[in-house]
Design a protein around this ligand. Sequence first.
Ligand SMILES: NC(=O)c1ccc[n+]([C@@H]2O[C@H](COP(=O)([O-])OP(=O)(O)OC[C@H]3O[C@@H](n4cnc5c(N)ncnc54)[C@H](OP(=O)(O)O)[C@@H]3O)[C@@H](O)[C@H]2O)c1
Length: 270
Amino acid sequence: MSILITGANGKLGSLIIGQLLKIVPPEHLIAGVRRLESGKQYEQQGITVRLCDYDQPESLEAAFAGASQILLISSSHHDDTIRLRQHIHAVEAAKKSKAGHLLYTSFAYPEHGAGSPVHLHLATEYAIRTTGIPYTFLRNALYTDFLGALDLGAALDKGQLEIPPGDWTFNAVTRRDLALATAAILSQPEVHKNKTYELTAPSPWTFRDVAAALTELTGKPVDLLPDPEISHWIYSFLRSIDTSSTSNQLEQLIGMPLTSLKDSIRPFIA
Ligand SMILES: NC(=O)c1ccc[n+]([C@@H]2O[C@H](COP(=O)([O-])OP(=O)(O)OC[C@H]3O[C@@H](n4cnc5c(N)ncnc54)[C@H](OP(=O)(O)O)[C@@H]3O)[C@@H](O)[C@H]2O)c1
């Protein structure tokens, strides 16, 4: 068994490797990094480090050689057209290296969304399907980090969380829970081949729940203030994806309840 993880230095990649180290020996892991010198901490743990740059197809072919499972963590480039090209480089490299299993961090419920990122993730899923390589699509929900864009500190100061009017529901989850599920899948590959998982929360929450959690965490009363004048990129983004559909697959994969909304919010009000 040799599991290669691309984007190994990223926030999700590091958490996944951290979880994997609890269940598989380090010799079974290969950390794919954009600059070799950034992989020193992995080498010190006994993990093989390989250059893995989505803009350098030859680096991907060399990196993927001999890996029994490849986890392609989606690129963080801001331009989705470039991201698609980067992902195609990785998919072609996986095909050339005759990979036995290609896993991809997609986005939850892409068929329900209309924005550019959802097209990117569906296009990548379809590109992977063209190779005939056994796949697993990890359709990750919105990270709870989006709450950090809402300026919860200001909401606490004012006692009011200002939001655009409308029915907003969320299925956001923490990277930690996603990493637990991904590590569980990677450690039992045969069970998860050719499966698509919607890794979302089992039940949605609303801005009213966020306000209540803020109050519970700090003791300060926080109300909702719908304001039609609010314009912030986060709301246009949220409107372009499906944030309300839920699934219990993430909870089943990790075998315990997900991180609570209160605990997810805590880091953003520290
Ligand atoms: N579900 C959500 O709400 C959500 C939110 C944001 C992002 N995402 C997606 O989820 C992915 C993982 O999230 P994250 O929090 O771990 O992001 P992150 O911390 O920004 O990590 C992204 C990783 O991708 C690597 N990378 C970027 N460009 C690359 C390239 N050209 N070749 C090879 N590697 C490259 C980065 O390498 P370096 O370490 O060298 O920079 C980094 O390790 C993101 O990349 C993005 O596609 C999802």
